[in-house]
Structure formats: C-alpha cells, structure tokens
Design a protein around this ligand. Structure first.
Ligand SMILES: [Zn+2]
Length: 178
C-alpha cells in the first residue's frame, strides 16, 4: 500500500532559509558537525565530509553518523547507511515510519534506495550533487512512484554551508597533491 507521507505535496527541490525548510536547520547543523568529524584522520585517511542525522517522529535524533569509507575500507559506509542502521536499532524496527533523515549532501543511488527501503517519511538534504545525486539531480529515486513509497524531499537546507565544506575539502586535497 502506498504511504501517504509526501504523496502529492512534495516540497520544491530547492527552498532555502524560510518557513518549513528552515525548521530542519538545527538538525542540519548536527549533520554538519558529523561531516566535519569525517575528515578528522587527515591526509589519505580523511573521509569526504558528509554527515547524516535521523530524527524520529517527534524530532528527536535517533541516529547520527558520517561517511567512513576510508576509515572502514567499506564502500557502502556512507553517512546515510550508518545513520539509518543506528536509527533502526534505536527504534527497534527496520521500518522507520514517520522518521526524517537529514544529510549534508544529496544521496547517491544506494542511499536513496536505503531511504525507500527504510520507509523514511522525509529526506532533507543540504547541497545538491549534480554528478551523482539520486534525489532529483541525476535520478529521482525518492519520487519514483514505481517503488511504492515516495518520501517527501526537501533540498537546499543550509546548502551553501554544506557545499562549501565539500569544496574546501577537495581544494585542500588538490593543494596537497592528492
Ligand atoms: Zn550514498
């Protein structure tokens, strides 16, 4: 049965700074703090700074994680996957009905698929990813009705800050000759 959340009233993909979208800024600040932690190892061990937080239906954080591909050697250790795993444990269910995931970068196809499988009600992201985003940029997995669950999507929350954290990371990496 198709879920009702988000059906037919998805927010515009880019909406910054006011009203409904702004309500997710505190959670995005938590996700940005997670993203910053991804680079802590420095040098070749640093992970690309992406952070994610899962909020339960009341808005309480039940998962918070950052990208750990380099730290773990696991190609699937994206921030969203780790935060969703934590949330499922905290909630005690593989179904995260009513929950929201807040992530600093538009998800890839893997993570967008995980958002659908987890039945999350809503995805909030910061920076768009024109090269690989699966929440409207390159694909739109989350609003593809063939999958039977279409979470609400809100993009561009603190998008400037989220994007500049990534740009600064890659600029520093290039400057260091990586
Ligand atoms: Zn991903």
């Amino acid at each position: 049965m198709p879920a009702q959340e988000g059906s037919g009233h998805a927010a515009p993909a880019q909406q910054d700074g006011s009203g409904y979208a702004a309500a997710f800024e505190p959670a995005m600040r938590l996700a940005l703090a997670e993203a910053a932690a991804a680079t802590a190892a420095g040098g070749d061990g640093a992970d690309v700074p992406v952070g994610a937080v899962v909020l339960d239906a009341s808005g309480k954080p039940v998962g918070a994680a950052h990208n750990r591909r380099e730290a773990t050697g696991d190609p699937t250790a994206h921030a969203e996957m780790e935060a969703i795993r934590q949330a499922a444990q905290a909630v005690g269910s593989r179904r995260l009905d009513g929950c929201t995931i807040v992530v600093t970068l538009e998800p890839c196809t893997m993570c967008a698929g995980a958002v659908v499988l987890a039945r999350l009600a809503r995805l909030v992201y910061g920076a768009a990813d024109p090269k690989g985003g699966a929440a409207g940029s390159l694909w739109d997995v989350l609003r593809d009705r063939r999958l039977g669950h279409t979470p609400e999507v809100i993009g561009g929350v603190l998008g400037g800050e989220c994007g500049s954290m990534l740009r600064d990371f890659f600029a520093a990496r290039r400057a260091a000759g990586h």
